[in-house]
Design a protein around this ligand. Sequence first.
Ligand code: IPD
Length: 268
Amino acid sequence: VMEDWSDCLDVAVQIARRAGQVVQSAVKQEKQVSSKSTPTDLVTEADHQVEELIISTLRDKYPSHRFIGEESSAAGVKCELTDAPTWIIDPIDGTCNFVHRYRNHHILCLNHRVNMFLSSQHTILHFQFPHGGGEHRICCKERDVSKALILTEIGAKRDPATLDIFLGNMKKLLSAPTHGVRIIGSSTLALCHIASGAAEAYYQYGLHCWDIAAAAVIIREAGGCVMDTTGGPLDLMSRRVVAAGTREIADYVVKQLQPINYGRDDTD
Ligand code: IPD
């Protein structure tokens, strides 16, 4: 049965508006904060509320669609990506920023069958790219790494051995030299900065499929590349990624990285 994807988009935009209002009002209030996999992996009642709102509304409307959501997964629901239309949802990316009112946080939601994603922060942005039909070549086309601004995120593991590798990777990229390395506290927003041309490359170990899925579509449609940290094709469940405006910069970053093992989203 062919789905009416424009109907999906309309519904998703309405939900993103409602979810955006929930987040906007929650940001001003006192928050119940708890931790998940590690003491630095935070969740609030707003994350749960937004994910529940998105999934229950979409499930009502599209009973055959499937869901992968950050908080459902933390509650033990398996991450299974099949050929069925599947919504991949990060109810609040940058929860730590949200808790601290540091502003860089947002909602992302992708239906991987239609390459549709929504972001709801202060305004609602919505886009629909027909598969492979991206026209907006807006990524930065810099090829010289010494002129690159590079973004990364720390991930939840903070044991000394992991931090040594993390800082070693950062040191290599700082001393390339590059213009700089930034950590803004939201993997997806940082990846979107590659798409908008605000930075030249992104790399991370320890993020999840809901941090990458929508952003990978955005970057590719903007003319950039998204790949595995080994230089091979992106594996959405592998918890690692390199993205860049140009293949040359992506290849350079890949060569500098020492891996950090975080396991996989679909087996852990
Ligand atoms: C996390 C943030 C953080 C990054 C983690 C992500 P969340 O997402 O993007 O900056 O280091 O890897 O999982 O938990 O705020 O949705």
